[in-house]
Design a protein around this ligand. Structure first.
Ligand SMILES: NC(=O)c1ccc[n+]([C@@H]2O[C@H](COP(=O)([O-])OP(=O)(O)OC[C@H]3O[C@@H](n4cnc5c(N)ncnc54)[C@H](O)[C@@H]3O)[C@@H](O)[C@H]2O)c1
Length: 285
């Protein structure tokens, strides 16, 4: 099967990054948002990301224009009707994702492959809402999508070999390296990183050190590019809370319990960089 048109559902942090890399690789992209306001915001940030790539010499002005010409934004799921491959990247919530897959299954032709960008939820549980579980798998991208090399490919009990092979070469065509993992909570990266970031939140919560000191300790002591609390702000505290809640529910391992401070920050609207406030405050510009 030749992939020409790619659908991306969700124009948030990850969805717009996935749309950008697909368009830069020459695919026609249909970017679906739930509301016009989030669509416009997503398209604006996507364009800024392409502009930044030109400014940093990673891309040319011509390539930016070509990429933009490949992207169509919409708030109608029906516009996914000619897509060969659809990547769902809505919020980390099982019910929401299952409903999106039900809609995708109604609209798309039988050959269309469906991928979820879930960080930790069961891909099988999502796939079971469709009439094509052999054509469903996880494609777990990393943030920021244009920069990060890895895509974890999540295979369920029912993912077909052809679906897997097509998806692997599709991810490679986006310039990504792939690893195939089984459908388990958090796959490899999230399974390992969550106890680390949640541990950092608990350390801060217990008053052992300031947030700056905790982040500095990891950057200077382990040579990580960013500290765990800054990383939480970058990922989104709402996303961290959803992942932590879902992983604890599945594994009943206390390492994944959501810290109280995390719940309170999310309740207060401190979602990280996306709301300009999380553990840290960010300049609106
Ligand atoms: N943030 C990260 O670092 C990261 C990394 C890897 C994977 N993920 C996963 O990617 C997915 C998206 O996360 P995000 O960080 O982009 O979240 P986000 O909050 O930035 O974006 C989610 C978007 O989905 C939209 N949405 C909700 N319902 C929708 C619907 N029915 N149709 C279309 N759009 C809809 C929301 O309006 C929002 O714009 C989650 O499953 C998350 O676990 C996130």
């Amino acid at each position: 099967m030749t992939i020409k048109k790619v659908g991306v559902v969700g124009s948030g942090l990850m969805g717009r990054g996935i749309a950008e890399v697909c368009a830069r690789a020459g695919y026609d992209v249909v970017l679906v948002a739930s509301r016009d306001e989030s669509l416009q915001r997503g398209l604006k940030i996507l364009e800024s990301s392409l502009t930044r790539a030109v400014e940093k010499g990673r891309s040319t002005l011509e390539e930016k224009k070509t990429a933009l010409s490949h992207i169509v934004g919409t708030i109608k799921n029906e516009d996914l009707k000619d897509c060969d491959f659809v990547i769902e990247s809505v919020n980390e919530n099982m019910e929401l994702k299952r409903n999106v897959f039900i809609e995708m299954d109604k609209v798309c032709p039988p050959h269309t492959i469906f991928a979820t960008n879930t960080s930790c939820l069961s891909v099988m549980e999502i796939a079971s809402t469709t009439q094509r579980p052999d054509k469903v798998l996880g494609l777990h991208f990393f943030n920021p999508v244009p920069m990060m090399k890895l895509v974890e490919i999540v295979k369920t009990f029912t993912t077909g070999e052809e679906t897997l092979a097509i998806s692997q070469s599709f991810a490679k065509s986006l310039g990504k390296e792939t690893l195939t993992v089984s459908d388990t909570p958090g796959f490899i990266v999230v399974r390992l990183v969550m106890p680390f970031v949640l541990g950092a939140i608990r350390l801060y919560e217990s008053g052992v050190a300031s947030k700056e000191e905790i982040d500095q300790a990891i950057v200077l002591g382990l040579n990580y590019p960013t500290g765990p609390l800054s990383l939480c702000d970058f990922i989104g505290l709402d996303t961290i809370l959803s992942i932590s809640t879902a992983m604890y529910q599945e594994l009943k391992d206390p390492q994944y319990t959501p810290p109280v401070l995390l719940k309170r920050l999310v309740a207060a609207g401190h979602l990280g960089r996306k709301t300009n406030k999380g553990f840290y405050y960010y300049d609106k510009r």
